[in-house]
Design a protein around this ligand. Structure first.
Ligand SMILES: [Zn+2]
Length: 265
């Protein structure tokens, strides 16, 4: 069903197709994963080879169960990752999605990332289904505080961050393995998906529920799916356009092509 059949190593034809589909879409939504933040220097901690699998299994150390019984093990593991997240800047892929939204070609970004780089790039409608690192919650008194209040202490020391009010352990507002996703955000994300006639998958392997099911939902309802990802995904087989390349290279070219399409139209 693909509209692009010519193979081009530069993906010039595919990128033009993506631009046209974005211009034609009534309600386009992007779904992003770790691959959109790796060009910003944030490793995909689910990927072997990221350096974060060397000593411990993230699925265990970054689980809510480990957090409850051995918070220091979690914080010792997450500290190098947190340093990278805090030092990261939005890359051209984040900026491109913000430009598409500003141009009226994109309605929302649903992200599996917790780094906040979409907002910092200028995206306005961002659904963070795995939470974010801007705030933390006390596990005892449930006080919510900006992460910045204790970040320097946490990164500079080897200590577990504690609540200044009650001494309880502070948990960043990110979804750990084994933990429920934030219901309100998830419902809002689903509402965008149900309206979408185009879903742009950018930098996600689509192997983590429930975001992984969103492209299928759009496809089953007659919408179009575009995939820009380094490796193949299950939805490639039915996607309108598939580009296996770096989102930071591809998405700025999509924006450029969109401007041209608009100029010609
Ligand atoms: Zn507290």
């Amino acid at each position: 069903m693909g509209v692009c059949i010519e193979v081009d190593v530069n993906y010039a034809d595919e990128i033009e197709c993506v631009a046209i589909l974005l211009r034609e879409a009534r309600y386009a939504v992007a779904l992003t994963g770790a691959g959109i933040s790796t060009p910003s220097g944030i490793p995909d901690f689910r990927s072997p080879g990221s350096g974060l699998w060397e000593r411990v299994n993230p699925m265990i150390v970054a689980s809510i169960q480990t957090f409850r019984i051995r918070p220091k093990a979690f914080f010792d593991w997450v500290r190098p990752l947190a340093e990278k997240v805090m030092a990261a800047e939005p890359n051209p892929a984040h900026l491109a999605l913000a430009e598409l939204e500003a141009a009226g070609c994109l309605q929302a970004v649903i992200t599996q990332n917790i780094d906040g780089l979409h907002q910092r790039a200028g995206s306005r409608e961002v659904l963070e289904v795995h939470g974010h690192v801007r705030e933390a919650t006390c596990t005892r008194c449930h006080a919510v505080v900006p992460t910045g209040d204790f970040l320097d202490d946490f990164l500079g020391s080897k200590e577990v961050p504690h609540c200044v009010a009650c001494g309880g352990v502070m948990k960043p507002n990110v979804v750990l393995f084994g933990e429920q996703l934030p219901v309100g955000v998830l419902n809002a994300a689903q509402a965008h998906v149900l309206r979408a006639d185009l879903l742009l998958v950018a930098g996600s392997h689509l192997d983590v529920m429930p975001a992984s099911q969103m492209p299928l939902l759009v496809h089953e309802r007659g919408g179009r799916v575009i995939v820009v990802n380094m490796t193949d995904t299950y939805i490639d087989a039915v996607a309108e356009v598939v580009i296996h390349a770096d989102v930071a290279d591809v998405l700025p070219r999509v924006v450029q092509a969109c401007v041209q399409v608009r100029g010609e139209g």
